[in-house]
Design a protein around this ligand. Sequence first.
Ligand SMILES: [Zn+2]
Length: 192
Amino acid sequence: MTWGNGQMKPSLLLNATFEPIGVISWRKAIILSFLGKAEVISAYHQVVHSISSSINLPAVLRLTRYVKYRRQEVKFTRRNIYIRDKYRCQYCGKVFEPKDLTYDHVIPRSRGGKTTWTNVVTCCHTCNRKKGGRTPKEAGMQLLNQPKEPHWHPMIHFSMDTQQIPAPWLDYLIWHPAYNPPETSFGIDSED
Ligand SMILES: [Zn+2]
């Protein structure tokens, strides 16, 4: 086999119910598709050639059979807060690089605000300074979203920069309203 030029993009794997359950390599995507374990829902323009045929690299695949998965709690970390909030300052709404972000206690700690999923949001330095030790109402600032505890696996959402997420995936990643993607875990590797 000969492979196309350029970097091979990974594929997004969906459960039979269309819920995202993992990111897999393009090789694995082709194997799953070839074995009939998954159907290709969306493909990249990039083509892989074999002697007898050429196929477009799968961008999104859906498993033909439903795979049970365990719900996993998302660890409460700065990084996961950014991922939950899609690297978007929850006050001004702009997207930043991680180095330009911090987190904000919605109800300030000095007022008894807890360091929890429901009281901590992604915030840019400018908004953080502007808000200071005040509540959003006192500071005249409004939250984009009410912060919630996420129930997805953060590895899927994403170790990539949001800008690097392949376009064909977007329909399947933002399929739930209010930043509430489905609960996910990896159970696919053991299936081969
Ligand atoms: Zn901001």
